[in-house]
Design a protein around this ligand. Sequence first.
Ligand SMILES: Cc1ncc(COP(=O)(O)O)c(C=O)c1O
Length: 394
Amino acid sequence: MSNNLISRLQDELDGFERAGTYKKLKTIEGPIGDKVWLKGKGEVVLLSSNDYLGLANHPEVVSTARDALLSYGASTASVRFICGTQDIHQTLEADLARFHGTEAALSYSSCWAANTGLFAAITAPGDVILSDALNHASLIDGIRATGKGIIRDVYRHSDMAELEAKLKEHQDAPSRLIVTDGVFSMEGDIAPLDQIVALAKKYDALVVLDDSHGLGVMGKMGRGTAEHFGVMEEVDIFTGTLGKALGAGTGGFVAGPKAVTEMLVQKSRPHLFSNALPASVAAAGSKSLELLDRHPDMVTELQTKAAWFRKYLKELGLNPLEGDSAVVPVIVGETATAIRLAGELLEEGIFVTGFGFPVVPEGEARLRFQISAAHTEIELEETAKALQKCLKAG
Ligand SMILES: Cc1ncc(COP(=O)(O)O)c(C=O)c1O
């Protein structure tokens, strides 16, 4: 071990501590829900989880996962092409394909793995990938991992004029891919998918949609941002996670044409070199999709609560970013301010995270409130009032 390296790391960590930007993990004792029990603190209302529908603790999801654990064991113990695939993964994949209306789907151990394994496996020299400037880090890393000769370009966030100019510029490329988040996780806004699919049609491009924060949240049936815009059929490739609204714990997927998923089985590195997700998670994912089909009212409830929370913040004179999703950010300025306010809110019994540079631009640090169908109206009201109090106290 190099002492130089360790002391350099320690200096940098001390710098984070002095700047008030050091991230300290809080210990939760017990399950994730609308409230959690924090070690050394007690019960607090949780507004920073992605458990948008409260499914992480749903009795049917938990018992399905437990039953699969008992029948399939704890581990897949290898990579699927080496050790075979369990039928329960294939069931999940059929469910994901049906849910998205695609020919096929392939599961991964996370959406991070899906996004980082997708682009290099399906592109060839000369192909062009156009990516929204605010896309998730996993899409950025996945696009960076593409081979030599792939043209990678970024368009300003949701700027359709710039996207069109870039599509025009690359009209003669063998293939064009437009890559976007459905719901942008730091802003809470949604991609103008209706315009994106129209441009894709005009310039013969494929649309790749990561709807990790839109699945279970957007659209009448919770099928996501594409359902919200009525363009499910126009999106070519969906990626997403089982670990947010679906409450299955972890796991991700790519859903799209069979030629895509089959090529991923041949060439996608996280699929080839990493274990499949545990059977218990695959079973929980299928159960959550079934619950979503049976109870779209969960989605309506979430949408109503998120809209109410936004409106109430405005009534209190606070300034949430506009949006239709369950992510409600409030900009507070500097990173240290966001972290300090998050600490003060915790004292008030509200667990919310402050995000600063480099996750968001300098000077635009924010508190990001994430609403769940599991929250009660009283919890949301208390949260807004606590924020008002902490902001007033300065
Ligand atoms: C848009 C987006 N894509 C991908 C991911 C990664 O998902 P997972 O936790 O399944 O790796 C996230 C998680 O933060 C996300 O917000």
